[in-house]
Structure formats: C-alpha cells, structure tokens
Design a protein around this ligand. Structure first.
Ligand code: ATP
Length: 766
C-alpha cells in the first residue's frame, strides 16, 4: 500500500461527504422545481383551455398565454438544471476523481484533483476539477518539471511537482501510485487487461499524450487522424466530442455533431461512452443511411453489398468508370456538364395533380428558355421555380369564385371552417360579420390546401427528372473520354436498369446528389458544426467531398487506418493529409498519427504487424499473452475443431467472435455450429445490436469492434489467395484483445505461411 493512502482516503471521505450534502440539496431543489413545473403547467393548461372559449377575452388570453409560456419555460429550465446536477453528482459519487497533480506557480503550491466533472465547496474552491478544464491538461500532457496550461490571459507556466493516479470504487481507494509517465503504465495495463463487454468504455483516466492532442484540438478546420488498429481513434474522438461540448456549452449541443459510423452495430457499441461522461450522444448515421435519406425511394447499395457481390465479378472497364466517379475530379466534370445544359437538354418533368398534368415539362422548358443564359443554370432553375410558384398562385386566385369551391366550403362543418381560417380570423369574422371577405380568404386557403402537393413539388424542385439527367451525364462522359465511350454507355445502361428496381450503385450516389444540388442549389445543412468520419479509408474522395458540401459550416475530423482498407491501396499519412486538405480547401489542417496499438496483446500485434509490408511502424503496448494459434483441419473435421476452440476460449473469456470472410460463410458457420450446445448470434449488416457474447459475423462488419477472443475462420489459401486480402486479415487479427485462434480448412494462406513464426501451429489432429 502507498504510504499516503490513509491521508488520501481521508481527503476522499471529506469530498464524498461534501458530494452527499450537495446531492441531498440538489435532490430537494429538483423535487421542488419539479412540483413547481407541474403546478405552473397545470395552471397554464387550465388558463388556456378556459379562456379560449370566451371570445371577448381572446386578446387578453393571448398575452396571458405568452406570459404563462415564459413562466413554464423558466421553471422547466430550472428543473432541467437541477436534474443535471443530481445526475452529475450521482455519477461522481462512487469515484469522484482519478488523478492528482501538484503544481507550483511562483511559489504557490497547490494540489488539483481531476475527475469526470467539477465539484466546488461552499467557498468556491475546487475539490475536483473537470478533466476538460484547461488546467487539467497538465495531467495528460506534462511530465514532472516545467509545464504550462492555457488561460484567458495566455499560457501560464508552472512547475509540476507530483502526479498521482487513483483507482477508486465505491468511494474507496483501491489503488494509487505516483508516476512520472504522462499517464502511468500500471493504470493503463490494468485498464487494458480487463475483459470486454458488449459496449465500449470511456478512457478518461488513462488518455495518452498523443490522443490528448486529438481531444483538445479546437482550432483545426480539418483534423485527420491516421491511427493503427487499436490505437484509440474511436475512443479519442468520443472524448473529443465530450471535450468540445464542454468548451462551447453555450453555442454547441449534441445535435450539431454528427458521426458517420462504419455500421449499425458500431453505433450501439459506442452508445454508452458519452453518457458515461455525462454528455448526450451525438447523431450517428452510416453513409448508406445518409444517402438513402437524401435519395428517397431509392435503395443505395452499401459498401458491404458491394463487397459481397465480389470485386472479381466486376470487369476492368467498370472498375475504371467507377474510379472516375469516385475521384474528387468528378465534381469538376459535373460542374462542366451542368453549365452546358440547355433548355432542351435539361430533363424537366411534369408536375401532376390528381393524375392530370398540372405544369407540363414543355411549358417549363419554354419558361426556362426565357431567362438569359448569362445566368447560371442554377439561377435559371431557381427563377423558373419562382415563376411556376407565381403561376400556381394565379391559378388559385382565378379559381376562388368557382362554384365547386364555394360548394366545397359549404360542406365544411364549423370546426373544419375554423381550422381553415385559423381561430383568430374566425373570431374576427364572427364579430365583424365581414362574411364576403372571409369567404374569399377561406376559398383561397381551401385551394392552397388542395394544391399543396403541387406547391410541395415546386418547393422541393421535383420538376425535373434527376435520374435521367444523371443518365445523360454518364452518356456525356462517354464523349468527354472517347477512348472509353462504350464503358460509360454500358454504365449508363446498368444505371437505368438498376433504377427500374429502385436501386442505385454506391458509386453513383454522391455524383447524382451533387448533380441535383448543382442544378437546384440545395442540399446543404448549415446547422452541423462538427462532422466526424470514422473509417475514412472506406470513403471515396467524391463521397467525402459531398459530405463537405452537405455540411458547409462544419469542421471535419476524419479518422481511420489506411491498412484496414476494404478496397483501396494503402496511402502514407502525409499523402492522405495533402489529398484531404486540397479537397476540403482546409485553411487549418492538422494531421495526427497514432502508431501505438493498445487493444491487443503483444503477441497478437506481432502477428498482425508481420502481415503488413510496413508493419514495423506499429508499436504494440507491452501486454503479454499467448501466441496466436493456427489449427489446420479439413472439411470433415472443421465443425468439431471449431467447436473445440470456441469451448476452450469461452472458459477464459467473456466475448468470443468467429470472424469469416463473407456473410454467406458466416451463415454456413452458424449452421455448422447449431448441433453444439451453445447458442451463437449470427450478425449481419442490418443488425443494430449485439446481444450475445458468442457471435459469428463477417470481418468487415466487425470494423471498429473488439472481442476478448477472436477465431478467424478459414484462413486457407483458397479463401485468402492473394495480397489483396492482407487488410482483411490484419483487421481480423486486430479485433482480438487477449486471444486469437485461426482455423484453416486445407492449406493455409501463403500470407499467413510467411509469418508462421509468430504463430503456434497445430496441424491435423493435434
Ligand atoms: N488511453 C487509453 N486508455 C485505456 N484504454 C485505451 C486507451 N486507448 C485505447 N484504449 C483501448 O484500446 C482499444 C482500442 O481502442 P479504439 O477502439 O478506440 O481504437 P481504434 O483506433 O478506433 O481501433 P480500430 O481502428 O482497430 O477500430 C479499446 O479497448 C480502448 O478502450
């Protein structure tokens, strides 16, 4: 036991007493605020529901309602604040802090304790500092000696005299030690040695120096993080979100942050991290979900579907076309295409009302042609839209006196009529008896409602046929690149064919959306302040550019690991940064490279690194375990062997995953294991949650996830014949925290044979 532990425990006890006191007060205040809210709300409902029936009181009621509303808003806010205080104190109580730094500022010595949130005593002194406070940075960044931290007046120098770490549970110090490391190895060893559960944990107590740079970067407009598997990229960005929310509490809320995640399982895997830090989760979406939402009615191919359909079945020709569609330069090609569109090559589409053409495409073409070509196509389209809206209004005005409209009004009951006019107007009418005017207003509103579909179609610019326009673009590309003309035309044919089934290839989604937005000038969401893209290596430049276009006000953090690419060649971090900086037109780009892998044991990382041509750059955190094992079997023995391995691993480990190359293979394994006593969960791309500790799934679906033990199913030469699969095997191996077992049905892949020294090999029957 550390000599200071009793003294520290005494201090901890005092802090806990203070927390208990504050918690009690906060609970009382919350209860009071809660009942006040209920009372005010009750009063508000009673007031509003009585007075609206008294016509004479209408005006007064409005003012009163407004006043009542303000009161409700105020008391609700107080209630929310009190609830948050109760939640924070409850969260802190079992483990109020995890670190202490002693600093000397020009002779003034002070001990600061760092925890998940701040606690102040009655006199305003900090008993605990929030880990995100500027001064807390010292805990993560400094080694003993000279340090500095940011203050509103600039950097403040200090001398760091001591750094102490605690493991506290149930308000008792379990362990503590002093360290000179940034954050000591012992604590990290302990954290990494834990068994895994179904959800990710926060790393707040053991954030490493280079991760801290990611978390505390508030200046870059583009932050690129290249980090090897298990280097804590995902952990760091979640901490970063908590940090950003803390630092811009007034201006930023969780809804203004969106994370593009690799799959739905990942979303639920990380869902507990921010709440465990006392913050609300940001929005999360997968790329396919995002595209599908913007291309309503079309099913956008996912990356996994593309992978499952197999690279091999795609011809060289379509690969070349695909490469162009996925490159950043596609935006220039689309812009050039749009600029050369004419009234006749723009694909206008009829707007229908109850099966009849309301505005014909011919009329639109004529209208568009009236505007000078000095204006851009986008401007002319917007002018056309405006004109069509005017025409709709004129048509409505002309119909106001029609008999059928008056008849329709006569058939409305009182309430419907009132709804149409709105309460206020209905009351004025009743008082002033200006029936004539009222009927005109009612007729107009009635017609506006009737023609709402037309109005919506105009507003949303559904008056041109974006799909065929995009088909034309593909044909236009044939002319731009004569050598490959037929490839473009066959791409166009495939596009139109797929369209009939309401499907669209992944590579077409970003260019088609770009095309739509270039023509309409829409598609941007300025309310997002931060966009995070995880697994950046699986995004094309065209897709990233589209995200940049869709969220013009956002700062971007893109992170990933080039080595884990599903399709692409590995790129150096510097090349990546240069590419992204140019594409994003970033003025303050920043690149952070993480080379230290924390997830897996040393032996697992030794194997994973050896698979890669440049794996030497990866440093494994020193945490010893067993060598990964390779079992070679045959088709008749594989089921028993697989079960034997699962059974052995589950004795020592909490989560065990069998990872396969494809979904059909995962299904086959799942069926194979049905006769054994344990139940497995078979996971597929549409699944949102993992409910079992024993799972079977394809490797690409396990991206971003981790398990105590991993079994790589069928790493044979037949399954992994060439070096293209290196990234997959590396991803597979690096999902394992403590144990990795490989099973090969028949001769093992040469990729693995080359690194057999890193494995413990068991041939048939051993
Ligand atoms: N500073 C840290 N303290 C404690 N644990 C850490 C730290 N950094 C990383 N880890 C642990 O290492 C594992 C890997 O982290 P994470 O999933 O964030 O890495 P990643 O870089 O996103 O991995 P991948 O690219 O392989 O999906 C997690 O279990 C995480 O808790």
């Amino acid at each position: 036991m550390h000599a200071d532990q009793p003294v520290e425990q005494e201090r901890l006890d005092k802090v806990v007493v203070e927390i208990d006191q504050q918690l009690e007060n906060a609970k009382d205040a919350y209860a009071q605020a809660h009942s006040e809210t209920r009372a005010v709300e009750g009063n508000y409902i009673a007031n509003t529901s009585i007075n609206t029936f008294e016509v004479d009181d209408a005006m007064e009621t409005n003012a009163e309602i407004q006043q009542q509303r303000n009161i409700v808003a105020r008391v609700t806010e107080t209630e929310n604040i009190m609830r948050k205080t109760v939640d924070t104190l409850t969260m802190l109580r079992p483990s109020p802090y995890f670190g202490r730094v002693d600093i000397d500022e020009e002779g003034d010595q002070e001990s600061l304790y760092i925890g998940l949130a701040s606690v102040q005593d009655k006199s305003g002194d900090f008993l605990v500092y929030d880990w995100r406070a500027p001064i807390s940075g010292i805990y993560y960044n400094g080694t003993l000696g000279k340090v500095s931290y940011p203050t509103p007046m600039g950097e403040q120098d200090a001398e760091l005299l001591k750094k102490r770490q605690f493991t506290i549970a149930d308000a008792k110090i379990v362990n503590m030690f002093d360290t000179n490391e940034t954050v000591g190895d012992e604590m990290l060893q302990y954290a990494l040695g834990q068994q895994n559960d179904l959800t990710m944990r926060n790393i707040v107590a053991t954030i490493q120096q280079e991760q801290n740079q990611i978390i505390r970067d508030t200046t870059s407009d583009l932050l690129v993080v290249q980090g090897v598997a298990g280097s804590g990229k995902t952990s760091a960005i979640l901490q970063r979100i908590a940090f950003l929310l803390f630092h811009a509490r007034e201006e930023l809320n969780s809804d203004q942050i969106v994370l593009f995640s690799p799959n739905r399982l990942f979303s639920s895997y990380i869902a507990d991290v921010l709440p465990s830090l006392g913050e609300r989760n940001m929005r999360q979406v997968t790329l396919a979900e995002f595209f599908s939402a913007r291309l309503q009615g079309l099913q956008v191919q996912t990356l996994f579907e593309r992978y499952e359909t197999g690279q091999n079945t795609v011809s060289d020709a379509s690969l070349q076309v695909r490469e162009v569609l996925e490159d950043a330069t596609i935006l220039d090609a689309l812009t050039a295409f749009v600029e050369q569109l004419t009234p006749t090559t723009l694909r206008f589409d009829n707007i229908y009302f109850e099966d009849d053409v309301f505005f014909s495409k011919e009329a639109m073409t004529l209208l568009f042609a009236e505007f000078s070509s000095n204006y851009s196509v986008r401007e002319r389209i917007q002018m056309t839209q405006k004109r069509l809206m005017e025409r709709l209004n004129n048509r409505i005005d002309a119909l106001v006196d029609e008999d059928w409209v008056l008849e329709a009004l006569n058939n409305l009951d009182d309430q419907q009529y009132r709804d149409l006019l709105g309460d206020e107007l209905a009351e004025q009418v009743a008082e002033e008896e200006e029936m004539g005017d009222a009927i005109d207003v009612a007729a107009k509103r009635y017609l506006e409602r009737e023609f709402q579909v037309v109005d919506d179609a105009l507003y949303n610019m559904h008056f041109f046929d974006i799909y065929n326009q995009y088909g034309d673009f593909l044909a236009y590309m044939a002319n731009q690149r004569p050598a490959e003309a037929e490839w473009w035309l066959s791409k166009r044919d495939r596009f139109l064919r797929e369209l009939e089934y309401h499907r669209i290839d992944l590579e077409d989604a970003a260019p088609m959306l770009f095309l739509r937005d270039l023509i309409t000038g829409g598609g941007t969401n300025k309310s997002m302040f931060y966009v995070f893209v995880d697994e950046m290596q699986d995004y094309t430049m065209a897709q990233l550019l589209y995200l940049k276009h869709a969220f013009p006000a956002a700062k971007f953090t893109v992170l990933g690991d080039a080595e884990q690419a599903l399709f692409r060649e590995v790129e150096t971090p510097a090349a990546l940064l240069a590419k992204y900086t140019a594409a994003f037109k970033a003025t303050k780009p920043n690149l952070i490279t993480l080379n230290k892998a924390y997830r897996s044991t040393q032996e697992i990382m030794d194997f994973a690194k050896a698979l890669l041509p440049d794996g030497d750059n990866i440093m494994a955190f020193t945490r010893p375990g067993g060598k990964p094992a390779l079992y070679i079997t045959d088709t008749t023995g594989v089921a028993d062997e697989l079960w034997r391995q699962v059974d052995a691993l589950r004795q020592d480990h909490n989560t065990v995953a069998i990872l396969t190359k494809t979904q059909p293979e995962a299904e086959a394994v799942y069926r194979m294991l049905r006769k054994y006593p344990e139940k497995f969960q078979l996971l597929q791309a549409s699944d949102r949650t993992r409910t079992s500790n024993l799972v079977v799934m394809p490797i690409y679906l396990a991206k971003g996830l981790e398990f105590d033990a991993v079994i790589g199913y069928d790493v044979s030469q037949t399954n992994y014949p060439d070096s293209e699969a290196t990234g997959l095997l590396y991803t597979l191996a690096s999902r394992a925290m403590h144990a990795l077992t490989l099973i090969s049905v028949g001769p093992v892949s040469s990729l693995i044979r080359q690194v057999q020294d890193t494995l413990e090999i068991h041939a048939f029957g051993e």
